[in-house]
Design a protein around this ligand. Sequence first.
Ligand code: UDP
Length: 322
Amino acid sequence: MERILITGAAGFLGSHLCDRFIKEGYHVIAMDNLITGDLKNIEHLFKLRQFEFHHHDVSKFVNVPGDLKYILHFASPASPIDYLKIPIQTLKVSSLGTHNLLGLAKSKKARILVASTSEVYGDPLVHPQPEEYWGNVNPVGPRGVYDEAKRFMEAITMAYHTFHGVETRIIRIFNTYGPRMRLNDGRVLPAFIGQALRGEDLTIFGDGSQTRSFCYVDDLVEGIYRLLLSNYSMPVNIGNPSEISIKEFGEEIIKLTGTSQKLISLPLPQDDPKQRKPDITKAKKILGWEPKVNRDEGLKITYEYFKSLSKDDLFKKEHRQF
Ligand code: UDP
């Protein structure tokens, strides 16, 4: 059985990747330090012999006995609220953590795919964003700890590729949603659905004219799978180009949930990107990939997931001690 290490395995994306690689017949070595991940996301896998879990922070030396075919580095806080609460860990996991995992890839002769982000484009001045765009990032703003760590991640990954001949893949992930998102991580989709379910008004930051483009998680996982198996080592955008303003998105959630609450406006956070939409020409050409799930379908599945959570989960404030 081929063995794959997945970091951030108890998180939203990591847990879906565990499911996919188990389904593809791999032995999955899951790693997470559980500061933003949740074991609930992978507890259904614990009974499988082809699955093992290591509670470990990848910013520290990473030791995995035995062969490794692939490494997927998906450990990182990933919401603006988290970066504010745990800025140092956010910086460390994508810098020191990536360095450790590249070293592991080199010693195991494993191929490594690292999860980069549309945040490397910052508040983009080019729209939609192609991979050739270098971005517009404020290094000392609240998002700097995430954006710059991910930019460093890309740089060190390319350096290991060029100087050590490590087989590397870099995915730039745009806003993604689906079951297992954390209800209270501050991201717009769980925020809106949580508010609708609790009977609260939906909080729009600013006037809601800023745009995002939301990709359903299954589409993203398919893109990751194809990129890992491809022979392309430059960054590739994976996301859904269907763009929507946050105000319209709020209206869609009101319609979906049937809530009688309204949209209310709160101040816009600093450096909040005004627009974001992936140019996926490369993914289409190189991977033959494009998203298949439209927002209507994806949002229905995601809403069912949030509805299935207990009242306790729904009303409890973020319980994590960062
Ligand atoms: N946002 C909002 N209300 C919320 C949470 C977020 O209007 O309760 C906005 C936020 O300002 C941003 C967009 O929704 O413009 C997406 O925010 P998110 O935190 O999901 O991710 P980002 O794409 O900004 O990293």
